[in-house]
Write a protein that binds this ligand. Structure first.
Ligand SMILES: O=C[C@H](O)[C@H](O)[C@H](O)COP(=O)(O)O
Length: 221
C-alpha cells in the first residue's frame, strides 16, 4: 500500500538522525512503529541509546528489541524524538492523538531538543481540523467538558465502552471544523476544567519528514 511505503520511507529517513549515546523519544502509531523497528535493528547491530516511550504499546515494541527504556520523568532532556501525526501544516503545527497517546507524546516532545515528525502524504493539510481533535479528559469531568464544547465533541468509544488512555483518562474527539486559529482553540481547551491535554501541537515540531510516492519531502517550517 502506498501510504505504508511513504510511512516507512519517512521513518527510514528520520532514523538517520539517531546517533550513538543519544536519548531518543519513541512516538506512537503505525508510522512511528516503522521508526521503532528500524531503531531496534540498529540497536541489535550495536547502536547504544537510551529511549523513552510515549505509550505502553511503544514500550512493548521497544522491549522486543531490547532498546533500553527510561521513565520520562527520569530524563532531563531528550535529544531527538521521532513521532507521527494525524495532520500537519507547512508551518509545522500538528494535530495528534488519533491513537490516544497525545498526553505522553506532548510531554516527551516538550522535553526534546528536536522533534521530527514522520508522515505519509495524506497527513499534510492546509488547515488542521478535518481529523477531529482528540481532547484527553478526566473521566469524572467528561460530561461537563462535553457540555462546554456545545455539541462539537463525542466520547471516543472502544468495544462499546469509553476508550481509556494509558493514564486512565477518556478522550473526547472534537469537530471544530477547519481550524483557522489553533492558538485560540488551545486557549479555549486549556480553560475547561477537567481537560488534561489536547492534540494540537503548536511550536513543538522541528521538522516533518513526509513520504510522498517513492520520495521524501522535508518541511522545516
Ligand atoms: O496518539 C497517537 C499519535 O498521535 C499518532 O502519532 C498519530 O495518531 C498518528 O498515527 P499513525 O502514524 O498511525 O497515523
Amino acid at each position: 500500500m502506498q501510504a505504508n511505503l511513504e510511512k516507512e520511507n519517512a521513518a527510514l529517513e528520520a532514523v538517520k538522525l539517531v546517533r550513538q549515546d543519544m536519548t531518543v523519544g519513541l512516538g506512537t502509531g503505525s508510522t512511528a512503529e516503522y521508526a521503532i523497528h528500524a531503531i531496534g535493528r540498529m540497536v541489535r547491530e550495536g547502536l547504544r541509546i537510551k529511549a523513552v516511550a510515549t505509550s505502553a504499546r511503544t514500550a512493548a515494541l521497544a522491549a522486543q528489541y531490547a532498546i533500553p527504556l527510561m521513565a520520562i520523568n527520569e530524563v532531563e532532556m531528550i535529544d531527538l524524538t521521532i513521532d507521527g501525526a494525524d495532520e500537519f501544516t507547512a508551518n509545522l503545527t500538528l494535530l495528534k492523538g488519533g491513537g490516544g497517546a497525545l498526553l505522553k507524546e506532548k510531554i516527551v516532545a516538550v522535553k526534546s531538543r528536536q522533534v521530527v515528525i514522520i508522515a505519509d502524504a495524506s497527513k499534510y493539510v492546509e488547515r488542521l481540523g478535518k481529523f477531529r481533535l482528540p481532547v484527553e479528559v478526566i473521566p469524572d469531568a467528561a460530561n461537563y467538558v462535553l457540555r462546554e464544547l456545545t455539541g462539537k465533541g463525542a466520547v471516543r468509544m472502544q468495544e462499546g465502552k469509553p476508550f481509556v488512555t494509558d493514564e486512565g483518562h477518556h478522550i473526547i474527539d472534537v469537530d471544530f471544523g477547519l481550524i483557522a486559529d489553533p492558538h485560540r482553540i488551545d486557549t479555549q481547551l486549556n480553560n475547561i476544567v477537567g481537560v488534561v491535554e489536547h492534540g494540537l501541537f503548536i511550536g513543538i515540531a522541528s521538522r516533518v519528514i513526509m513520504g510522498v510516492g517513492e520520495e521524501v519531502k522535508i518541511f522545516n517550517g
